[in-house]
Write a protein that binds this ligand. Structure first.
Ligand SMILES: [Zn+2]
Length: 281
């Protein structure tokens, strides 16, 4: 097993105080902690996200759309597991009612897009899958783990007047004016082990510490191991809270019998034909 490198990313919407296991330097406003994707699983990026303000309203293209738009990176699907939420914290995902592209455009320009979107109150254990084309915004006061296709392409539709670049034209080409499908979200109990999503870009399972037996789990392929709120060992090497590791095929994972959970992220056979190659410019 190998511990994954971590990248601490400052963001204007981040938090000054993170849980102690992240040992962030004082005075920094940290929005994201990234685990560097290992060569065995280069297409999957896992991050913690911590917010004290709303993130921009944004959308990502699919692999096919990214290619058609001449992007040099792949598209992005992502999913979120909420690990902490302040009272009243919400996530904006999809629209309350079907809207057309002209309506999205006008609402992005005058800021009323917030009112058209559906905002879900959240608590720890809430899980959302965000397909490409879904208009979304992470609200304030949320800590979550995001698992995503390792891609840089974000089209910002609206940013609450903050001075960052918007990408309205491209965003409108991929934004779907629809509601988030209810089968793409679930709330898990902290004592429950479940498969959160299974492809096509990544497979994510959460194993609850309270639900594990004494024996180890035998991993059958390269797996990203992200303990949340407890410690684990892989072949007797400890992986602590705030860390992430790559476990190899055949290695033994032991999860502490404790409150908290361990996320297991694996690859699912990728649709190779859709992997984006850089077009000539
Ligand atoms: Zn996003």
């Amino acid at each position: 097993m190998r511990l994954l490198g971590k990248k601490i990313v400052e963001k204007p919407w981040g938090k000054n105080v993170l849980p102690p296991q992240f040992d962030v330097p004082a005075g920094k406003r940290v929005g994201e902690v990234w685990f560097e994707p290992p060569p065995e699983l280069p297409d999957i990026l896992v991050k913690y996200i911590f917010t004290s303000e709303k993130l921009s309203v944004q959308v990502h293209p699919s692999d096919e759309q990214a290619k058609a738009l001449g992007e040099s990176d792949r598209g992005k699907e992502e999913c979120w597991l909420v690990i902490d939420a302040e009272p009243g914290a919400t996530l904006g995902i999809g629209f309350k009612e079907a809207v057309d592209s002209g309506t999205i455009r006008r609402a992005a320009l005058d800021g009323t897009i917030e009112d058209l979107m559906q905002w879900f109150p959240v608590k720890p254990g809430d899980f959302f899958y965000i397909p490409a084309g879904t208009v979304h915004a992470i609200g304030a006061g949320v800590s979550l783990v995001e698992i995503q296709q390792n891609s840089d392409i974000t089209y910002r539709l609206y940013d609450y007047g903050r001075p960052r670049e918007l990408h309205l034209e491209r965003g409108l080409q991929v934004a779907k004016g629809v509601a988030h499908r209810s089968n793409l979200r679930q709330s898990i109990e902290t004592s429950e082990s479940v498969q959160l999503t299974d492809g096509p870009f990544f497979s994510v399972a959460v194993v609850a510490g309270q639900a594990v037996d004494d024996g180890p789990l035998h991993l059958d392929r390269s797996t990203l191991v992200i303990p949340v709120g407890l410690d684990v060992t892989i072949d007797d090497c400890r992986v602590g809270q705030g860390q992430g590791a790559l476990a190899g095929k055949g290695e033994e994972l032991r999860i502490a019998k404790a409150a908290g959970a361990c996320l297991l992220v694996q690859h699912v056979a990728p649709p190779v034909s859709s992997v984006v190659s850089a077009p000539p410019r």
